[in-house]
Design a protein around this ligand. Sequence first.
Ligand code: SF4
Length: 251
Amino acid sequence: MSRIVCQFSCGAASAVATKLVLAEFGATREILIVNAFIKEEHEDNRRFLADCEKWFGREITVLRDEKYGASTLEVFRRKRYLKGQRGAPCSKQLKRDLLDSFRQPDDAIVLGYTVEEQNRYDDFIDRNNGIDLMVPLIDRGLTKGDCLGMLERAGIEMPAMYRMGYDNANCIGCVKGGLGYWNKIRRDFPERFEEIAAIEETIGPSAYLFRDRDTNERFNLRQLDPSAGRHDEPLPACSFFCEIAEQEITA
Ligand code: SF4
């Protein structure tokens, strides 16, 4: 029987999806739980991963890119862009390529989409109809809030980024974030903000993350209006598989 691969992103949804799959298939199927280590994630993500290993009663296989030292900043410097039409280079280099080298063609893949993400899942199916998929959260009608509640009841403290008000445990300074997100990063993690602003400046305007709405001119992070955006604007989670879908959508 084929393997089941759970991608663990240090987020609430992927943790609960993994737990549900282990409960349903743990005794009958080979289940692998994989995570991609990324240097720029909050260090508390590792504590959350260790807590979830205890909850699962299983070890998580941690994959680590060697070409770029598992660093998003190194990917940006060497690729000379931060975000393109086909998605974020960091996600491809540090997550998707690692998983591609690990995956077997008949693996069943567990996706941590919640019911709020049914549309994203539908798009994924449309573009990846050769892959055997499992969506335990959608199957059970579970929301992101439900997942947070389940973890709380299991006595697992959420990663620090959630507790600081972020939508997920993505890297500190995620290139998928909007204006409000980046203003929050500037307040909470000024050094990381400066590092990424400096990379933008070194590469030049083609690497700037944002454009002025009125003039359509690109502007550097340091020029970001401190009052722009909402602090609670959504930030898409970054997983091996969501990124595959997003790259297909934007291709
Ligand atoms: S979380 Fe954001 S910055 Fe980190 S790898 Fe994913 S897209 Fe890149």
